[in-house]
Design a protein around this ligand. Structure first.
Ligand code: HEC
Ligand code: HEC
Length: 219
């Protein structure tokens, strides 16, 4: 297949792997809690193997949104590794802390390293942490949303329900509750499904889509 031959030149592959590498690889997630996940942490099992669970949707770990609450781990973010050597990052992912060698193929460890070194951004520039307000232009975001996202998510963002019928979650819900997660997914795509990555557009347009999505119905 052509797609499997695509070089790791773009960092959306690493970005979706950061979200859920086992979801991308179509693998059974490890059942036991990750050995590096702190005992006092509130999560357990598969999710503790996701990069985002320890390092955050905002890539800032304990100094970011996961600095308090049910996702707190006290673990550092990955922001300091911007422009770091990708070889050194791959070595980190295979180290005694991460233990990902063998679980993730080398090519995908390289894709992850490429994302860490070149794909992550400083989200605090675009999202005000206390209010979750987004510094974007909803009118520009609407143009992109309604011609791309709407094909799968509907013009009101409610075509796919991410949760249950009793407790639904739509585009508008995620955009308002977790704008950092939404920004990551707008840029990289969603693991394990054919959702597109918007990396062909500039970051400001990703933010514009997010700003528009915050105006969509939450229920
Ligand atoms: C169970 C928790 C956990 C998970 C899951 C996890 N890490 Fe880490 N990560 C850590 C810990 C702990 C450190 C070491 C932090 C320290 O030195 O205090 C670390 C350090 C790092 C560093 C170096 C940061 C620095 O500034 O030195 C990078 C890069 C990194 N992790 C990337 C990733 C990536 C990519 C993934 C997903 C494939 C991942 N991590 C998954 C716990 C985790
Ligand atoms: C080709 C179809 C397709 C397109 C285009 C698409 N998505 Fe998705 N998206 C999906 C599917 C399928 C899911 C997974 C749904 C699930 O897990 O229930 C998803 C999941 C998501 C999620 C994850 C919600 C969660 O909590 O897990 C967000 C956020 C999202 N999409 C936003 C967008 C935005 C914004 C756009 C436009 C930039 C977009 N999507 C374009 C198909 C698409």
């Amino acid at each position: 297949m052509m797609s499997s031959q695509r070089p790791n030149m773009w960092f959306d592959r690493g970005g979706v792997l950061y979200d859920s590498w086992y979801g991308v690889l179509g693998k059974e997630a490890p059942k036991e809690t990750h050995p590096a996940y702190p005992k006092a942490g509130k999560q357990k099992g598969a999710t503790t193997w996701r990069c985002k669970e320890c390092h955050g949707w905002d890539y800032k770990g304990a100094s970011g949104v996961y600095g308090k609450g049910g996702r707190y781990t006290g673990i550092t973010g990955i922001r300091n590794m911007t422009y770091a050597s990708e070889k050194a990052i791959v070595a980190t992912l295979k180290d005694k802390t991460h233990r990902l060698g063998g679980l993730i193929p080398d090519k995908d460890l390289q894709a992850l390293a490429h994302f860490v070194a070149h794909g992550q951004i400083d989200v605090d520039i675009y999202i005000d942490r206390p209010t979750k307000k987004v510094k974007g232009d909803p009118a520009r975001g609407e143009r992109i949303y309604q011609t791309t996202c709407s094909r799968c998510h509907g013009s009101d963002g409610k075509q796919i329900n991410f949760r249950t019928a009793e407790n639904p979650e739509y585009i508008g819900t995620v955009a308002n509750e977790n704008p950092w997660e939404m920004l990551h997914k707008i840029r990289m795509g969603q693991p394990g499904v054919p959702m597109i990555s918007m990396l062909a557009f500039d970051v400001q347009d990703h933010v514009n889509i997010l700003a528009y999505s915050q105006s969509l119905p939450q229920k």
